[in-house]
Write a protein that binds this ligand. Structure first.
Ligand code: AMP
Length: 933
């Protein structure tokens, strides 16, 4: 309120412009610390209405401020100013402001000195009508935190140059919060741009640069030409990361999860996480340590513990594919799971660090999506530290006008008002300084912060590449440029902190350590058990036994709990009707519908101590008005989630409507599910086909993460699917894509058709000691279909039937054809068959398409061994759905000599037609084809 009033006042005041800036400076100082302004100003500001009092009109505040400021303006620091002096004083304050805003544009950030920096007029004295004659004059420094209230202009100017135009370019004035700005100023300005580190800290930084450089050189000579995506040029990443971890540990963090792409990854693995070099060398030699498909070495994750002064910190480097930035939301999800496990709400116990390339952070939309998650209820992690290894080139693209439309690659971070610290990677002390600053900022304000480590890339995109072909001038410069450890060693030698011989010894000592092949990180510690226990899920397949029994009485009890609302809670009338029905269902007075079957599954799990986490667009209510898991009081808009009130000692039930994203949200949930096996993690698509906005998560993580990286994941995707005449984008969850990716028992793909099936499918997913993704084609019209109902006894059966045989009373001997189908079309087929009073066609539902349930199918088909005519009926076009991916399973299942034919839509490039009448025609035709013999 006060800040807003200030702004309004500045705009309208006769003191607008220079004088206003001065008063503003004072006022902001006062807001931060009332004692920091002279007494008479303090009295004035104290007369202003209280900031929290929203009832005070802006105009009133403005008026008071104007009057008071006018009266007091002539008094500065207790003295009188002439109008010329006052004007100069204000100009000095404007100069200070200009440096804070735009000093970074003159900062010395590029180690190669190739950046063409525009001259910023605001950063010259003359722009502010200040001249040489003013340099010796004493001015009030306003809120500039250089340890004194007044200083000569020459001193102020030198301080500003040093703070804002040295090796650190600080962008933070876009932040709205004065408190945060003042905090950053306090940290930057009091150091005068020259952070001081002890001799020990500096020697350690040198040692870390020696390690960064040493590993690359070693790999380069031992495995010439092999791809390693060297860090060289960005060597400071190693001391930077270690400093971030140390600082986080000192502040109490227990876990740090790191996400990064390939550049410098081997270096981080060996020199930060403590992977044994000999293991890496084996990987270079192509040795396999697993019977799984595996992945290239620069995608591999790693876990270890790292000793800090605040205790050991567990480190986890996330596995990631080549799709650079997609690992960011995965890291955030992993951190959120660890926070939840530790009961930490604010992120103080777990820190996410993501490492980006300059081309990717500006280029890939998932970066924006991840920033947008940062302060939300479902996805907040108390802020993250984002590091850009800015080597000023993406593969062969380096021209700024080709790579992005913004000045800095980091501009996207301004959307969440993250402070951005650009830092010259050839100045390790500046790097260490921003590392500490970043962690402290994140921990203090629980918000994202960005470090832009401006460096270069010594070789091509990989070591076999020729960068001179596309970046000739840059690489001529790089060739002559000394490596970071040489530059820093010279600096420390000149400061008498180390001797030339010490540096040589460090280099040879590191090389010898690599020869031995053992861990080279001093802080590495053997891993204590920080993670959830995955042991019970390792090497388990679908046949693993589990107990999902539940009684009708237990179900009734749960049903009561999830239909009991707080006194006076007023439901919307439609929701109320649904809840009235649920009360009857819980009492066994009527059959259960889909919403109730699903709700009881969740209730039974949380009661049994298994947490659930469900996110997705509109999942609290459900896109199709069926779930009503989060209720909204019509009187005061308060929400109530019955699943959170099932039992006093229940596990958490977290249900959140998600941000309007598929990729970041699904990736986040993947990260969560790979870090926590004891929570059933589910993502629901608004319509199933929208999941293709997250196709990279499905292809690169969900389908293949276990094969590539040995990482188990029980994430469940709920994907509304079904042909109901809603057009190309609301009919298909692209079942065919999931089936095409099905192999190695990587996941299960299910299409349940009854509430009992959905109940038992959900329970099976969490209770069976297997953690693999579950892909569910969920219904739309079946949510309210009068036939798609189940009894409490059906639920209590405790079994998900992978195949459901004929349920009408047909005489199997009369059956001449068996129709296989999955999903909603079953109800269309049954209705048509009953209408035609047909008794020679049996209908068999395949409720799990993958892994294909051969044994259950054989059991069901026992009574149809005389049948020679089998049909697969699907709603999807022939090139989609299950026909192409699963027909070999159907063929294997039918009696030898029998034939299998197809009844369904003709092949189509689009999933569905847009016209309801055409849809109906097609649907009737495929049902007829399936049934007519
Ligand atoms: P983290 O906490 O992610 O560093 O994991 C610590 C250890 O737990 C790993 O080294 C694995 O042995 C095990 N682990 C963690 N996540 C998984 C997972 N998704 N699947 C299998 N094992 C895991």
């Amino acid at each position: 309120m006060q800040e807003g009033a200030m702004q309004a006042w500045i705009e309208s005041s006769p003191l607008a412009g220079g004088n206003a800036a001065y008063v503003e400076e004072l006022f902001e100082l006062f807001l931060d610390d009332p004692n920091s302004v002279p007494a008479e100003w303090r009295e004035l500001f104290q007369q202003l209405p209280a900031s929290e009092d929203a009832d005070v009109k802006h105009s009133e505040i403005r008026e008071q401020f104007r009057a008071a400021a006018k009266a007091k303006y002539k008094q500065v620091g207790g003295g009188e100013l002439t109008s010329e002096e006052a004007e100069k004083q204000v100009r000095v304050l404007q100069l200070i402001n200009a440096y804070r805003f735009r000093g970074h544009q003159h900062a010395n950030l590029d180690p190669l000195g190739l950046w063409k920096q525009e001259t910023v007029a605001d950063l010259s004295l003359s722009h502010h009508n200040l001249g040489k004659e003013d340099l010796d004059k004493e001015f009030n420094v306003g809120s500039l935190q250089i340890g004194k209230e007044t200083a000569k202009l020459s001193e102020i100017h030198a301080a500003l140059e040093s703070i804002y135009c040295g090796s650190i370019g600080a962008e933070y004035m876009h932040i709205v919060s004065t408190k945060e700005k003042r905090w950053i100023q306090q940290r930057l300005e009091t150091q005068l741009g020259k952070p001081s580190f002890s001799a020990e800290e500096r020697k350690r930084a040198l040692k870390e640069l020696v390690a960064a450089d040493g590993l690359e050189k070693y790999l380069g000579s031992k495995f010439p030409g092999a791809k390693r995506f060297s860090l060289e040029g960005g060597d400071a990443l190693v001391p930077l990361l270690k400093s971030l971890i140390r600082r986080a540990g000192e502040a109490g963090s227990k876990e740090v999860v790191i996400g990064m792409a390939h550049r410098g990854r081997l270096n981080v693995l060996v020199n930060v996480l403590g992977k044994q070099p000999k293991e890496l060398f084996d990987e270079f030699a192509g040795k396999s340590s697993t019977d799984k498909a595996g992945d290239v070495k620069y995608h591999m994750g790693f876990s270890s513990d790292f000793e800090t002064d605040g205790g050991n910190v567990h480190l986890a480097l996330a596995f990631n594919p080549s799709h650079l930035e997609i690992v960011n939301p995965v890291v955030m999800g992993s951190v959120r799971a660890r926070m939840d496990r530790r009961g930490c709400k604010d992120g103080s116990l777990a820190l996410p660090i993501t490492i980006h390339g300059d081309a990717a952070i500006a280029g890939q939309g998932i970066v924006q999506e991840t920033f947008n998650l940062s302060q939300t209820r479902a996805y907040g992690v108390g802020g993250s530290v984002r590091v850009v290894v800015n080597n000023q080139v993406g593969f062969t693209t380096s021209k700024q006008e080709d790579a992005r439309s913004t000045q800095y690659c980091t501009d996207i971070a301004k959307m969440v008002q993250a402070p951005i610290f650009h830092v010259n990677a050839d100045d390790p002390e500046a790097v260490l300084f921003v590392a500490q600053l970043a962690v402290d900022y994140r921990n203090t304000f629980k918000r994202d912060v960005v470090i832009d480590l401006v460096c270069y890339r010594r070789h091509g995109h990989n070591e076999a590449d020729e960068p001179n072909a596309t970046q000739p001038l840059m690489y001529q410069k790089i060739k002559k440029h000394p490596v970071p450890r040489e530059i820093y060693a010279q600096r420390l030698i000149s400061q008498n902190i180390v001797k030339e011989s010490d540096v040589k010894e460090l280099v040879s000592h590191y090389r010898d350590a690599l020869d031995v092949g053992e861990c080279v990180v001093d802080e590495w510690r053997p891993m204590e058990s920080h993670s959830s226990d995955w042991a019970s899920f390792i090497d388990k397949d679908w046949d693993a036994e589990y107990d999902a029994s539940i009684t009708v009485d237990e179900l009734k009890e749960l049903g009561k709990k999830v239909t009991t609302l707080p006194e006076g809670f007023k439901l919307n009338s439609r929701v109320n009707r649904a809840y009235d029905e649920r009360v009857k269902m819980a009492a066994g007075e009527r059959d259960l519908d889909w919403g109730m079957g699903e709700t009881l599954a969740y209730a039974s799990l949380v009661k049994a101590g298994q947490a659930i986490r469900l996110t997705g667009q509109d999942c609290g209510r459900g896109t199709f008005f069926h779930r009503h898991a989060v209720l909204h009081n019509q009187t005061d808009a308060e929400t109530y989630t019955p699943l959170q009130h099932v039992a006093d000692d229940q596990a958490p039930a977290e249900i959140y409507d998600s941000v309007l994203s598929e990729a970041a949200v699904m990736a986040f949930e993947y990260g969560y599910a790979t870090a926590e096996p004891h929570t059933l993690v589910m993502w629901e698509a608004q319509f199933g086909d929208f999941a293709n906005g997250a196709q990279v998560v499905i292809d690169q993580f969900l389908s293949s993460g276990e094969q590539k990286w040995g990482r188990l994941c029980g994430l469940t995707l709920l994907l509304p699917h079904g042909y109901e005449g809603q057009g190309p984008e609301h009919s298909s969850a692209r079942l065919e894509r999931f089936l095409q990716l099905s192999a190695d028992h990587n996941w299960s793909v299910c299409i349940p058709t009854t509430p009992a099936q959905v109940f038992n499918m959900i329970r099976r997913q969490q209770l069976r000691p297997v953690r693999r993704p579950l892909i569910v084609m969920t219904p739309k019209s079946l949510l309210r279909h009068p036939e798609a109902v189940s009894s409490l006894e059906d639920l209590a059966e405790g079994v998900f039937h992978n195949v459901i045989g004929e349920t009408d009373a047909l005489d199997s001997k009369k059956v001449k054809r068996v129709v296989f189908c999955s999903g909603k079309v079953y109800y269309d087929l049954v209705a048509a068959r009953r209408k035609a009073k047909q008794d020679n066609v049996a209908i068999v539902r395949v409720e799990q398409l993958y892994p294909f349930p051969h044994a259950e199918m054989a059991e069901v088909l026992k009574e149809y061994q005389h049948v020679e005519d089998f049909v697969w009926c699907q709603e999807e076009p022939q090139n989609q759905g299950a026909w192409y991916s699963s027909q070999h399973h159907f063929r294997e299942a039918i009696p030898s000599g029998a034939r299998l034919t197809y009844a369904g839509r003709a092949a189509s490039s689009s999933p569905a037609v847009g016209y309801a009448s055409v849809h109906k025609e097609q649907q009737d035709k495929l049902v007829n084809e399936a049934l007519s013999i």
